[in-house]
Design a protein around this ligand. Structure first.
Ligand SMILES: N[C@@H](CCC(=O)N[C@@H](CS)C(=O)NCC(=O)O)C(=O)O
Length: 221
């Protein structure tokens, strides 16, 4: 398996999954954003985004879908929820909530607070979408006040999907507004050995491949 990744980008989701599952993989690091720094990457993924994931000839480019693929391909680790488990629907929902509902507003915050040229920065967009992200995130609070993880009474790929949004929130400085239940959940996730191994793996690979160690949120614009 091969994963194309930039430090702390959405491709961290499949990287974290690979570490949770203790699979062997090759990590190919890209300077961010890849479409600017490595035009040849467009032949691998015409969108120019990370992740791109290969399992043999099979190629995927959606981080939540790759998490589902890996979890279902390796059911012994129980990072998936089976069709006949009561939380199957909840699992799929949180898996996609992490990307489609949480990461989407964060992308606007990142773009209009850091990536655009000074005259195109949009403080109002940043404020509005920060608030939008936090109010969507707050909907997890009742569940996390009662449960250690999002569904099925165990850690699953859905926690990886939502956990990445919490990592990005911290990098954007939004974590100071987490509710106590979400903050405690985030601490549980970030202390997992596989999460720490994934962070060590991206730094080691970036260093070995001559790619900046800074996450996209801290790159000079
Ligand atoms: N929905 C896709 C989004 C992929 C995506 O937009 N990745 C960002 C990194 S977080 C990227 O590569 N951005 C660079 C660009 O848009 O040029 C996923 O979840 O994987």
């Amino acid at each position: 398996m091969i994963l194309y990744h930039s430090i702390a980008a959405r491709s961290f989701r499949p990287l974290w999954m690979l570490e949770e599952l203790e699979l062997s993989y090759e990590l190919r690091m890209l300077a961010f954003p890849p479409r600017v720094h490595d035009k040849s990457y467009l032949d691998i993924n015409p969108c120019g985004t990370v992740p791109t994931f290969f399992d043999g000839d099979m190629r995927m480019t959606e981080s939540a879908a790759i998490c589902q693929y890996l979890a279902e391909r390796h059911p012994a680790a129980r990072l998936n929820v089976e069709l006949d488990e009561a939380d199957y629907g909840a699992w799929l929902n949180y898996l996609y909530f992490g990307e489609a509902t949480l990461t989407f507003p964060q992308t606007l915050v990142l773009r209009y607070s850091r990536f655009e040229s000074p005259e195109r920065l949009q403080p109002q967009v940043v404020e509005d979408y920060s608030r939008w992200f936090l109010s969507r995130l707050k909907t997890l609070t009742p569940r996390l006040e009662q449960n250690e993880f999002l569904c099925a009474g165990r850690f699953t790929a859905a926690d990886v999907s939502v956990g990445y949004a919490l990592l990005l929130a911290e990098q954007l400085g939004l974590h100071t507004s987490f509710t106590p239940a979400v903050a405690a959940y985030w601490q549980r996730l970030r202390q997992r050995p596989a999460f720490l191994r994934a962070q060590a793996a991206e730094l080691a690979a970036a260093s070995a491949q001559g790619v900046s160690l800074l996450p996209a949120t801290q790159l000079p614009t």
